[in-house]
Design a protein around this ligand. Sequence first.
Ligand SMILES: Nc1ncnc2c1ncn2[C@@H]1O[C@H](COP(=O)(O)OP(=O)(O)OP(=O)(O)O)[C@@H](O)[C@H]1O
Length: 330
Amino acid sequence: MAENVLSVERLKAYYFLENGLSVKAVDDVSFIINENDVLGIVGESGSGKSTLAIAISALAKPPLRVVDGKVLFKGIDILKLSNEELRRIRMEHVSLIPQFAMDALNPTITIKRLLRDALKSHIDSDEKIEEIMNSRVPERLSMIGLPKWVLDRYPFELSGGMRQRVSIMISTILDPDLLIADEPTSSLDVVTQRLVIQFLNELVESRRVKSMLFITHDIGVIAQLANKIGVMYAGKLIEVGNANDVLKEPLHPYTKALIMSIPKYGTNINKIRLKGLKGEPPSLVNPPKGCRFYDRCPYRMDICKEKEPPLVKVGSTTVTCWLFAKGDGQ
Ligand SMILES: Nc1ncnc2c1ncn2[C@@H]1O[C@H](COP(=O)(O)OP(=O)(O)OP(=O)(O)O)[C@@H](O)[C@H]1O
């Protein structure tokens, strides 16, 4: 059986506003990632995808706070680790490609220095660092379609697409057990997008990156990369299962509408009109007490308004919907 890499258990991460209210951006989310899994998370803008990535990377900073739940990386709750312990597992064990990674590169040093500094903070042996700089780095540059001369440039001397690829290369250079990638391709042109997807695919297939959580607006990207899909709606993970099952036989009424409405792969899901659905997702400041999809659901029942839907296992899929619950769940 594949080894478990990440177990997220009933995670709640809220933004606390100055007016005393809170935005319940990730609200009771649970899922697991095993070795060799690529879990693609899809959802409309504002559904909580980036907040989930930040929270499970233990990077929540005010106004965001994890208020409940566990993030177990190989059995260790990373939310309980000290900053020094976290620093040690980052990059080498759990690595994040943040949204807008290209803007996060230190502009005052060359890419070579950036890489060397990153390696130095994780590897004690100078010999090992030199070995990575001389063999792994050129190999990865070529895999991601970058010329060697980028190493001698400052970030501002590179195009946005090049900077993004440099960030992705640095985040994956130590072959992490878990890579968390938050929309790594959304700002790239189609050709560069393809290069990055191929790069990530190769790292996963050759087992250099052992598992991945990949956030995107584009179901086509998920279909190419992921063996599992999770769908977020208004701060909840409403459906998660094997990619083939979710794409071919979506269960949750929202997932069904989403997949039926996509004209072709490559479409940004924020730009599609969901067939048969009216309205908007609810406010995350004051979400309804029952199902968050209630107002828009064509199949809604009385219980959906009153009680939060339970997690129900149907085949490989876990769906959060009263339609699939046996009895009334009481
Ligand atoms: N700093 C913040 N303060 C208050 N609310 C925030 C903050 N950042 C995000 N939010 C809110 O949290 C919710 C989830 O946002 P998040 O960025 O996680 O969604 P997303 O699915 O990643 O969206 P996108 O696809 O646009 O990146 C949204 O309602 C958003 O407005």
